[in-house]
Design a protein around this ligand. Structure first.
Ligand SMILES: C[S@@+](CC[C@H](N)C(=O)[O-])C[C@H]1O[C@@H](n2cnc3c(N)ncnc32)[C@H](O)[C@@H]1O
Length: 213
């Protein structure tokens, strides 16, 4: 769900950075060949991720939820020359697709793919991170937060996607709707945790920026 009109969204896109050609291609191919193309961050949110990353200029980025690699490529734009982006996805059918686009970019050898459940993989990563992007299964957002908070450098940033969950965070909670329940609990967790400061932005489906103190 988008919270602003299509017309306003177009205006915002037209007055933001253009979508790089490679990402346009990636988006087209995702829409043609891959299930659930709505999961891809897209032009405007992608430019926001790129801008945040360039402002932070991170050495290490962690992404939970690669999908077809769109947001990884946006975040990689801000990496230091010797920086690394580690991205995790549980779907092995996406690995070759991702790699093809990573290698076609300027960041191929800086992007490391991890295949498997992020709950198992994150504890095995030995480095600390400057940016973490959480964009996988909503039920585990709070678990991911607990796994990464001690691996986040002071001043480091957690970006969390889909935190408005198509506006369902405002509706009466249905008993079997575990995703909405998890997102609502996660938003409260971010707001209440004293180790971070948080702003929730109404970008696309909701994007929170949390900065570790
Ligand atoms: C919303 S998509 C990610 C979109 C991507 N970040 C982008 O903006 O283009 C979510 C991805 O999380 C992956 N995923 C779901 N549960 C996971 C888990 N437990 N561990 C790792 N990846 C998971 C899915 O396979 C899917 O590709």
């Amino acid at each position: 769900m988008h919270f602003i009109s299509d017309q306003l969204e177009k205006y915002i896109e037209n007055h933001s950075e253009d979508e790089p050609e490679l990402l346009q291609q990636l988006s087209r191919e995702t829409h043609q060949k891959i299930l659930q193309p709505r999961m891809l961050s897209g032009h405007y949110q992608g430019r926001v991720l790129s801008m945040v990353s360039k402002l932070k200029n991170p050495k290490h980025i962690l992404e939970i939820g690669t999908y077809t690699g769109y947001s990884a490529l946006c975040l990689a734009e801000g990496l230091q020359k010797d920086g690394e982006l580690h991205t995790i996805d549980i779907n092995e059918e996406l690995v070759d697709f991702q790699r093809r686009y990573f290698d076609a970019s300027n960041f191929g050898n800086q992007i490391h793919q991890h295949l498997g459940n992020a709950l198992d993989i994150v504890p095995k990563l030995k480095m600390n991170f400057d940016i973490v992007f959480i964009d996988a299964d909503k039920e585990n957002y709070s678990n991911y937060f607990h796994l990464i908070i001690d691996k986040l450098n002071p001043g480091g940033i957690i970006l969390s996607d889909n935190v408005l969950w198509s506006g369902k965070v405002l509706e009466p909670l249905k008993k079997d709707d575990i995703s909405t329940k998890a997102i609502m609990a996660y938003n409260n967790l971010l707001k209440d945790d004293d180790r971070i400061e948080t702003v929730l932005l109404p970008i696309r489906d909701g994007l929170t920026i949390s900065r570790k103190k």
